[in-house]
Design a protein around this ligand. Structure first.
Ligand SMILES: [Zn+2]
Length: 116
């Protein structure tokens, strides 16, 4: 991706509704030419601390995805730093996979989508 990537006005997206121990996680994956370029997340009531934190994390992940950093390096860093993060509300299973928390889902989903 070029350094000067500019977000088009419209991009295709898919929103997943995941039942987590923290409530329903609404996770949106945005792609350009089948490549992940943006994620958005909502959990709990809008305006609550957890909701704002997740929104902020997703925006920061998106900035990283839109940077010139090679995707395999992003995956490597995410795996090393964030996988199995535990938000303290307990594990949950979604589509046969176990997650240690809502943030763990977000990180694993991004890594899976990057496919590295
Ligand atoms: Zn959580």
């Amino acid at each position: 991706m070029e350094t000067s990537w500019k977000r088009p006005k419209t991009l295709p997206s898919t929103t997943e509704h995941i039942d987590t121990q923290c409530g329903t996680l609404h996770f949106t994956i945005v792609k350009e030419d089948d490549k992940l370029v943006e994620v958005r997340g909502m959990i709990g009531k809008s305006g609550t601390c957890g909701n704002v934190f997740l929104d902020t994390i997703c925006k920061m992940v998106s900035m990283y995805l839109q940077s010139p950093e090679p995707r395999y390096k992003i995956c490597k860093k995410f795996r090393k730093q964030f996988v199995d993060m535990n938000c303290g509300q307990g594990k949950f299973v979604w589509e046969g996979e176990e997650y240690t928390g809502c943030i763990d889902y977000v990180i694993k989903r991004v890594v899976k989508e990057l496919g590295e």
